[in-house]
Write a protein that binds this ligand. Sequence first.
Ligand SMILES: C[S@@+](CC[C@H](N)C(=O)[O-])C[C@H]1O[C@@H](n2cnc3c(N)ncnc32)[C@H](O)[C@@H]1O
Length: 356
Amino acid sequence: MSRQMLLLYCRPGFEKECAAEIQQRASEREIFGFARTKENTGYVLFECFDEEDVDVLAKKQALKDLVFSRQIVAITHQLTNLPQDDRITPILDAVEEYTLCGDVVVEYPDTNKGKELSKFCRKFTVPLRNALRKKEVLTNQENTNRPVIHLFFKDGQTVFVGYSYTYNRSPFFNGVPRLKQQADAPSRSGLKLEEAFHVFVPKEEWDDRVTSGMKAVDLGACPGGWTHQLVRRGMFVSAVDNGQMDQKLMDSGQVKHFAEDGFKFEPVRKNIYWLVCDMVEKPMRVTHLMADWFAREWCQEAIFNWKLPMKKRFECVENNMAKLTELLSSVGGRYEVHAKQLYHDREEVTVHIRRL
Ligand SMILES: C[S@@+](CC[C@H](N)C(=O)[O-])C[C@H]1O[C@@H](n2cnc3c(N)ncnc32)[C@H](O)[C@@H]1O
C-alpha cells in the first residue's frame, strides 16, 4: 500500500519523546501531521497532512538535531502479508518509481522481537540487492552521493519501504554504531563515551579532535570507564571523583586522580581540550556547570549527559537545551551544540558542545 510517512528509529520506551520531538520540529517549519506510536516498538511513524512534506522533512529536518531519533527515513509503502516464498517482487514493484539509489539496507526495530529478524535481514540483503541492480534502481557500485533504500521489517510479513538522503542519515546500520567492549575496561559505561565520539565527531576529524597528547578532565570519573576511553586514545586525564579509580588505569601514568567535588574543581593549567562529565546530578545543575566551563574558556569541547526524570523527559531536554543555548550565547563566541539519546544511554541523553 502506498503511504507517505516519516519513519524514525528510537530507543524502545522513548517513542512518546521521539514523537513529541518530531511533531514540535515539524510544526516549527509549519509542517503539520500526527505521530503513530506504540510503546516499546522502537520506532515512530509521522504522517504529514500534506504528503509532500515527508520528503521535505527527510531532506531538511537534520537528524543530528533530533535527540530521540537514531535514523530518519521517508516511507513510500507499507507492505503487509508478504508471501514467504517471494518477498522480492512486491518490494521491486514498490520501488519502481524511485530515482537511482546508491545503497540498500535491510533493518529491523531495536527490540527482542526485532532482533529475531536479524539473520533473515542479513541473508535477504544479497538477493534483494542483486534484484534491485537488475531493475536499475540501485547503482552497480555503492554510491554515497545517492539516496539509500531502506527496508524496515516489522515482522517476517510486514515491511516499510523507503529511502533516506546520504547527507541526512545515520551511517550506522539500524542507526547504531557497533562497538566492542574493551577487555581491560573498568566499566561498561565507557561505551557511552566511545559512541558519543563516533556520533558527534566525524571520523575524518579524529586526528585533530580525538587524539593522543590531548589533556582532558573527567568529572564523576570513578571507576574509570570514560577515563579509560580517553587514555586508550593517548590523552592525559584529570579524573575528578571522591570514589576509587581502577588501579590498572592509574598505573598507565596518564591519569591524575582528584578526590574533589566536580562542581568546585578548577583545572590548574588552562590547556584542557576535552571536558567529559558523567556525574549523577540534576540536568539543570550540569547545564550551568558546563556553560561555566565554556565561559571561563577552560575547554574546547565537552561531552556530558542529562540524566532524565521519570516524567516529562522531552520537556526536560527542551528546557535544558534552551538554557544551555541562552547561557552560551551570553558568553559570546560560536558553539556547536547537539544532544542525542545514544544506544548505550538508558534514562539519559548525551550532549556535545564544541567551541568553534
Ligand atoms: C555514573 S558514575 C560514573 C561512571 C564513570 N563515567 C565510568 O565510566 O566509570 C557517577 C560518578 O559520579 C560521581 N559523582 C557524583 N557527584 C559528584 C560530584 N559532585 N563530584 C564528583 N563526582 C561526583 C560518583 O561518585 C560516581 O562515581
